[in-house]
Design a protein around this ligand. Structure first.
Ligand SMILES: [Zn+2]
Length: 203
């Protein structure tokens, strides 16, 4: 790999991470900042030809305390932002060809999730021997538990707000729609499995 390729790769990485993410989700940023703060008085002492111990001891104690508090808050922010981040796999669920059929509603995580399945082909292909098991999908937007309006989500740095434009319902959480939706999907899948197991036993 030549130098230019390396630079391009680094550039792509940075762009992918985005500056906000780099500041709020990578431990490298506060560690780098701390090292910079600790060595800058030393570098300064070299330039002005002073004793570095004298330069360090001339920095008032409250400055060190403030720096320490900033550092702790920074680490705390990163811990919370890491908890809040959720990278779901590539998802390419478009609307199915024949639309959705509602299977029901799942109350989970204090909101309502609509469970649905693609409508079957009206003219089934007799040569199609694929598994005809019901495939489950959970609607992307959860519904308000009071009025069933689709909820909206906003990122407030330290938490997400899930709120209803219909009635003012508001839920503060570290979870994105996506993360809870995937959990709701697992629960709905298991409920369907139980139903299938029960009907198998009756047959
Ligand atoms: Zn509502």
């Amino acid at each position: 790999m030549n130098k230019l390729e390396k630079i391009l790769l680094l550039y792509n990485k940075l762009e992918y991470m985005s500056f906000k993410k780099f500041l709020t989700e990578s431990y490298r940023s506060p560690v780098a900042a701390t090292i910079l703060v600790l060595i800058s008085p030393f570098v300064y002492s070299l330039f002005v030809n002073k004793d570095w111990i004298a330069v360090y001891s001339s920095i008032p104690q409250f400055i060190w305390v403030i720096l320490l508090i900033i550092l702790l808050l920074w680490f705390l922010t990163i811990i919370i932002r890491r908890k809040m981040s959720y990278h779901s796999g590539p998802f390419s669920v478009g609307a199915p060809y024949y639309g959705w059929r509602d299977l029901g509603e799942l109350p989970y995580f204090n909101v309502i999730w609509k469970i649905r399945t693609p409508n079957p082909d009206p003219i089934p292909d007799p040569f199609d021997i694929r598994n005809k098991k019901l495939s489950i999908d959970v609607e992307y937007f959860p519904r308000c538990p009071n009025c069933k309006t689709k909820l909206e989500m906003s990122d407030n740095l330290y938490w997400y707000s899930w709120f209803c434009v219909g009635c003012g319902f508001n839920l503060k959480t570290w979870n994105t729609f996506d993360r809870v939706r995937h959990r709701a999907e697992k629960i709905a899948e298991r409920e369907l499995e139980i139903m299938e197991e029960q009907s198998d036993r009756q047959n």
